[in-house]
Design a protein around this ligand. Structure first.
Ligand code: HSE
Length: 369
């Protein structure tokens, strides 16, 4: 459902990577259709046959051949109704819709549970960073005390650009062009998008039915060049942070621009990167970085959820997960640092670390958008 920035990336990957995904899941699949508002709109996507497009989303969801509905429309109303219908008809759902989950999540999870189907939403928070699964599964046995971080790529892109001397308006226009911003960027700059993501993180971390309207928030529209300069004089960076703490049975949560010391992990997130830090009682602090917006970083998370849902559909059958990895016999694995030979620093026998090149990823360079 939907073929915008995220939906378009998901459709491309589902078609391009079919063989690999089928081998991973043991499920053979067909992309039955892509529901859009306008079938004939020109779209910036590749190798997606035009006859897959339909303007009848309701019929696609109701199609008895459809086992899995992938919702990439966004917003509450139309998307919410379709997700609800899918769950009521006992279809698994993968959704990238933070607003829907942050406002109606608890009700939708109950609906999914009563129908015995799954509702997965890794892409709803911090795009490519797998923080939903970390909180839902890896840290499920721990007591999470705090979740905090940069949860919106657009505002981080704008603030990073302002630190580099660009104007707010110029940076916002560029973020829109790069596909980071929401269709209405007010949601980004006013902290609304971050509050949705923080609500979802609270639901996961504290098992609490927190919804986004209950979270206090301030966005970045009032952050001035003078504020940025003041922060720089204090060796700080201005970052839009979402912070939620659970202390003595009391939950506090807020979205606000904050002066972060330059050496703190949050200050290192540049461009559309997000950074999420979780503090578990036993785990201690854990920090996650990565692209928090954009077509393929978001589609990567959606495809991960699709693989999980397909494995459920296959009855939890364990398939040969390493089928496609190029496994080499021990002893013939090329030493990784060979590649860095040329950058050995003068007079030292140690190689120098280098980031992977942009061609290693589908979309943009690994670090800066
Ligand atoms: N507009 C959102 C952001 C997209 O900039 O983070 C990813 O949720």
């Amino acid at each position: 459902l939907g073929c915008g920035i995220v939906g378009g990336g998901v459709a491309e990957l589902l078609l391009r990577d079919r063989t690999r995904i089928e081998a991973l899941t043991g499920v053979r699949y067909n992309l039955k259709g892509i529901a859009v508002r306008s079938v004939d709109k020109r779209r910036d996507i590749h190798d997606v046959p035009h006859d897959l497009f339909t303007s009848n989303a309701g019929a696609l969801v109701a199609d008895p051949d459809v086992d899995l509905v992938i919702e990439c429309i966004g917003g509450r109303d139309a998307a919410g109704e379709l997700v609800e219908r899918a769950l009521e008809s006992r279809k698994h759902v993968v959704s990238a819709n933070k607003e829907l989950l942050a406002t109606d999540g608890p009700r939708l999870f109950a609906l999914a549970a009563s129908g015995g189907v799954t509702l997965q939403y890794e892409a709803a928070v911090a795009a490519a960073i797998p923080i939903v699964r970390v909180l839902a599964e890896s840290l499920a046995g721990d007591e999470v005390r705090e979740v905090a971080g940069i949860l919106n790529g657009t505002t981080n892109f704008i603030l990073s650009s302002m630190h580099d001397g660009k104007s707010y308006a110029e940076a916002l226009a560029q973020a829109q062009e790069l596909g980071f911003a929401e269709s209405d960027p007010t949601n980004d700059v006013d902290g609304i998008d971050s509050s949705h993501k923080l609500a979802i993180l609270c639901q996961l971390a504290f098992r609490s039915a927190v919804t986004s309207p209950r979270i206090a928030r301030r966005g970045i529209t009032n952050v001035s060049v003078a504020d940025i300069e003041r922060a720089q004089r204090l060796n700080c960076a201005v970052k839009l942070l979402g912070v939620a703490r659970y202390d003595n049975g009391e939950l506090s949560a807020e979205i606000a621009p904050v002066f972060v010391p330059e050496l703190h992990p949050f200050a290192r997130a540049q461009g559309a990167e997000n950074c999420v830090r979780v503090v578990g009682r036993s785990s201690g602090p854990l920090t996650f970085y990565g692209q928090g917006a954009g077509r393929f970083p978001s589609a990567s998370a959606v495809i991960g959820d699709i693989v999980a849902a397909m494995r459920t559909i296959a009855g939890g059958r364990t398939t040969a997960r390493h089928h496609h990895a190029k496994l080499h016999a021990a002893g013939v694995i090329k030493p990784a640092y060979d590649a860095f030979e040329k950058v050995r620093s003068e007079g030292s026998s140690y190689p120098v670390w280098r980031e992977p090149t942009a061609s290693a990823t589908d979309d943009r360079p690994a670090v800066n958008a």
